[in-house]
Design a protein around this ligand. Sequence first.
Ligand code: UDX
Length: 454
Amino acid sequence: MDEINFDDIKTSRPKNIAVIGTGYVGLPSAAVFSKWGNNVVAVDIDKNKVDMINSGRMPIYEEYVEDFIKEGLANKTFMATTDYSLAVSSADVVFIAVGTPGTEVGTANMKYVEEAAFSIGQNLAEDKYTVVVTKSTVPVGTHKMVNDAVLKGANGRKVDFDVASNPEFLREGYAVYDSYHGDRVVIGSDSDKALQVLSEIFEHLDTIIFKTDISSSELIKYAANTFLATKITFINEIANLCDRVGADVKSVAAGIGLDVRIGKRFLNPTEIGFGGTCFPKDVNALYQLGLENNYEFKILGSVINVNEKQIYRFIDRIVRRLGSNLEGKTLGILGTAFKDNTDDSRHSSAIDVIRILRGMGAKIKVYDPLALNTSKELLGDTNIEYMDNYKEVFNKVDALVILTEWQEFKNYDYLSLTKNMNFPVIFDARYMLDPNVMKENGIEYYSRGRKVTK
Ligand code: UDX
């Protein structure tokens, strides 16, 4: 990835910006807006989080965010608060970046967005124009609800605002990088004035600012995420087929990725399916949105189905090698985060795999470079040891299972490390290692749809 000289990239039209929500979307966005030279106030209802942030400690890990926030705190251009009035009354733009967790039926839960919009309405100044922007991933049509909730909060006061949408395309772990290097910024509003104000926040970036109406903007976010999830699912199915026909999925992915119409990114197969807080939720939500509008989005139905089955295919392979009763066996696990470069293990397929293997009687030794704390919260201590050093997950284990695509996992000295295992068996769900090298070293290596060519 290109180096970024952050200090060179500044806005020439600083604004007062409020960001509601300090999670994986809100906090990096607030940090970046502050670094660009705006005055930023971040709001969260959780006082502990707010106190942490104001003392320069971050509730989440995301590269560069802590540095930017500390700089903003020192320059007095950034603060966090639980008090909406401090943030909203002087804001030119308010970004809503609260969670939209999936409900049991798969639709997005809009409770937090609605509450935030209501509180914004309560605190808008009467003599100031403000743009209220949804950054959270929201169903098409949410802007009407946001508009109504703001008006309800304003309770008859004469407030001057427009609603807009600025969908977030940041990847966790690369949020700051993506803010500087995004392929585009999408802004949607049915008000030209709002589009103008909002575009001024991003105009100093060397990227396309794509302006559209608000419903299209809301749909772009879902369409982009579900398209990428479909792309991953496609290559996962190719891997399943490669296994049967003796082809190599990495070669197939590389071969098709060279076609610029297809593109090589997001073609990394995963035996345990995609995870995280966005893709599974968004695929479900768009499928449901279709049904609510009397349309069955069949491709997405298949994506959901295939992705759910991936984990069981993977477990099945382990069972075929080790048996279904794993009592008395110890498994070493590399990776619990839902992907590399993040401490986030929410909705991580790796966590599901560990739960299943533990349920089958296995004892687990696990290592992850960043996500052990968040994993411990989800998995507890029963039959799991959390290791500070990756070398320890090889010691006296009956097999090693690789579940997250951390790049450092590629660089370990597997030849010497596997000598500490009871048996040199590796199940690699993330296609991190070379089957030829494994074979040369006498390591029993399983990875779906790979071919030993030497
Ligand atoms: C995603 C979108 O990429 C981002 O634009 C949006 O703003 C939020 O949702 P994120 O969930 O942070 O970002 O992670 P991403 O890198 O997209 O990975 C999502 C899941 O897909 C992970 O489980 C990851 O391991 C998996 N994945 C990704 C693959 O299996 N193969 C790939 O080639 C890419």
